[in-house]
Design a protein around this ligand. Sequence first.
Ligand code: SF4
Ligand code: SF4
Length: 225
Amino acid sequence: MCTGRVDLKHIFYAFYKGIDGVLIVGCRLNECKFATEGNYHALNVVLLAKRIMEHMGMDPRRLRVEFMSSADGPLFARTVKEMVETIRQIGLLEDGNLKGKIEEVLKLIPYIKIAMRGKLTVKLKDPSLWEAHFTREEISELFNNVPSYWIDPDECRACMACLRRCPVNAIDGGKKLVHIIDQEKCIKCGTCMEACRFGAVKKLVGQPVPPPLPEEKRAVKKEAA
Ligand code: SF4
Ligand code: SF4
């Protein structure tokens, strides 16, 4: 698979399944024949994933990216050997709490990708910029400010625009019924807030989400214009 398709979910799913180390090998930087240069995308994804791993208490050396050509057999063999040695040094992934933490990260990947989309598209031609591209501080802030989306029952007009655009069917609707977001299914993409022209969808940070209305109290108070 082209490294242009490498996604955070591939990396964290591998760890979730108990893989002890992930090595991504892509074509040499600046030699991609496509304008998109997907190997730079893979580099950004790995740099971001490493910071997330640090935040979770995982050793970031469990993840490595290298760039080489198909003629670089000895380099490939050396890289694999080094990776195996590194994992032997670190040890197996045995933290009992880790699976739950990785599961949380997997759920937040759409939110992380939206929040970091600017930096994920940069082509980091200068290796001296790699280390500081994603900082520990911004990753802490990212995880400390995870939003929840909630529909204000006083403002919802039951127009269904949010429900139609939610990519994971997390919104429960109905004719003239206040719409409700299923917080378990929601991937925090923010699409519903953009879709709602009545300002009924609120982004909540650092506060609990009010409980959903019972069915008998869901009649809308305002009609859509
Ligand atoms: S788009 Fe806004 S008004 Fe329409 S159903 Fe969704 S929350 Fe309610
Ligand atoms: S933020 Fe809104 S559109 Fe996105 S998944 Fe959650 S409910 Fe659906």
